[in-house]
Design a protein around this ligand. Structure first.
Ligand code: SF4
Length: 526
């Protein structure tokens, strides 16, 4: 699937500590719910022992997202923290097991859903930043991203005839025949489900399911993008020096079949969500099941009183980054940009700097679009998933994207924006992922602040004409290589780094005890 700024990079708008856990799991749950027509009595969730999920599914929000998705909820639904109990309250029995499945991807969900009438299995992977892919459905090898309407037809062996017939009567993006163990499944990917009239005219169909899209930007037949790497973008620009944000708009218009005004309006909406979250964070958030309390309010107070060291606009950036992280950890609404764990560095830096410069929301949106294109290059070549790439994939990407955004706010050139992105990413290579007590707060707050500070430094260096030496594409490729040399223990498994320091272990035990006496919504009311 082609990467989209709104699908893969800036978004989803969500609640929860981790997009690769909460938002991706929610999307998987939504598709699984559709597979059962919204009706089921039992859910078995299996995680591979050597993956990241056995140690993180509860505390990083996979359960919250998955069960919210199975309830049919949205990623920003205020009820999400209580989704496990809500699902149980509907009478559904939930079992979660660790198995030896040998799954190659660390974030693999194996679901078995049962009702009185039927049983289905669905295997999916969370690929980072809230994105997911269904890779197996009832034993058929599939590839579903939730970016179109899926009509699934189980057949009595007449799958080839069915595909031939459908090819003549409908305009689908793809009509695929899957075969396994003598069984057949026809998958129709299209802008809409197959209509009742078409379905009524088909023979050999045993059962039909309809899986709805879960991504904001749909895919379709014939969609192509003008470039997928930084080098290709510069070649496309051919020395004209088009601003990075304009190239981003051109990319997303092509990717999503959207108009220019629509692309800018969508990003402006995201800016407004981020600004609301910043205000909410500074005003004070409350949530019991977290490591850090409300700290941004005091920072704001001291900053306003002139009692902090003079950091210029950097202090406002630190304030906004902190506020956004506090909202995230209190299950408030944030924008994964590019992930929930690294949700604060980029938008915090952009909004704070734009405000300091007296710029409006459209300027902020354009800066975020510019950053989104850097994210497209990262996601096309690699990933934002910390389980795959460590914090360099989350915080490193965020810093690189933020650097390009800050150059854009300053009216810098395309060359400067790309140079800033390259320099910022270079400084973040090798960053491990080791959240304390599995809460995506410590050292994540500091890493977001560092990512934003590094972005500011690199943006100014680029504006002053500093030479990044290594092109951005090569830096991204290097991050990918470094990730393959990083042990599993420091890639978001809670098995290494600060995660296993004595204080972290003690904190985890304290939080676990508190959770055991709470109602499961984080309010500790029990
Ligand atoms: S250490 Fe970095 S990658 Fe890991 S959870 Fe924290 S912010 Fe995300």
């Amino acid at each position: 699937m082609l990467v989209s700024i709104f699908n893969d990079v800036i978004g989803p708008v969500m609640r929860g500590p981790s997009s690769s856990h909460c938002a991706a799991a929610l999307r998987i749950g939504r598709l699984a719910r559709d597979l059962m027509d919204g009706s089921f009595t039992d859910v078995l969730v299996e995680f591979d022992r050597n993956g990241s999920l056995p140690t993180t599914h509860d505390t990083q929000g996979s359960d919250m997202g998955l069960f919210g998705g199975l309830m049919g909820w949205d990623a920003a639904d205020a009820r999400l923290p209580g989704s496990p109990q809500a699902l149980r309250d509907t009478g559904v029995r939930i079992a979660i097991e660790t198995v030896d499945a040998g799954d190659p991807h660390p974030n693999t969900y194996r679901l078995t859903l049962r009702s009185e009438r039927e049983t289905h299995t669905l295997h999916a992977i969370s690929t980072g930043g809230g994105m997911m892919e269904v890779i197996d459905l009832d034993g058929f090898a599939v590839s579903m991203f939730g970016d179109c309407h899926e009509t699934l037809l189980w057949t009595d062996g007449r799958g080839r005839e069915l595909v031939a017939a459908l090819s003549h009567i409908i305009a689908a993006d793809e009509i695929l025949l899957h075969e396994a163990d003598g069984r057949q499944l026809v998958e129709v990917k299209a802008a809409a489900y197959l209509g009742d009239e078409v379905l009524a005219g088909l023979s050999g169909v045993l059962s039909i399911k309809k899986l709805g899209p879960v991504l904001p930007v749909m895919s379709g037949k014939g969609i192509s993008v003008p470039f997928g790497s930084c080098a290709a973008m510069l070649e496309h620009d051919a020395g004209r020096g088009t601003p990075l944000w304009q190239l981003a708009v051109a990319y997303e218009m092509a990717r999503g079949a959207l108009g220019e005004a629509e692309v800018i309006a969508k990003m402006t909406d995201i800016v407004r969500i981020v600004r609301r979250s910043i205000a909410e964070g500074i005003a004070g958030t409350q949530y019991d099941d977290r490591v850090l309390g409300h700290q941004s309010g005091r920072f704001d107070e001291l900053m306003r009183a002139g009692r902090l060291l003079d950091g210029g606009a950097l202090n406002r950036i630190i304030l906004y980054v902190t506020a956004l992280m506090e909202v995230k950890s209190s299950m408030g609404v944030i924008v994964a940009a590019p992930t929930a764990g690294a949700c604060a560095a980029l938008p915090g830096a952009v909004v704070a700097m734009a405000e300091a410069m007296g710029l409006d929301e459209e300027a902020m949106a354009k800066a975020l679009l510019a950053s989104g294109l850097i994210g497209v290059f990262i996601a096309t070549r690699w990933t934002f998933a910390a389980e795959v790439g460590g914090c360099q994939a989350e915080g490193g990407s965020a810093s690189s994207m933020a650097a390009a955004a800050l150059v854009t706010l300053a009216g810098g050139t395309l060359t400067q924006a790309v140079a800033a992105a390259s320099m910022a990413f270079q400084s973040m290579l090798g960053l491990i992922c080791d959240p304390v007590a599995n809460r995506v707060e410590v050292p994540c707050l500091g890493k977001n602040v560092m990512a934003a500070s590094n972005a500011l430094a690199c943006a100014n260096m680029a504006l002053a004409g500093f030479d990044p030496v290594i092109p951005l594409d090569e830096v991204i490729e290097t991050a990918k290589q470094v990730a393959s040399q990083m042990p599993r223990e420091v890639r978001c498994t809670n098995l290494g780094g600060l995660s296993i320091s004595p204080t972290a272990i003690a904190l985890e035990a304290t939080l676990a005890a508190r959770r055991a006496t709470s109602c499961g919504t984080g309010c500790a009311c029990g």
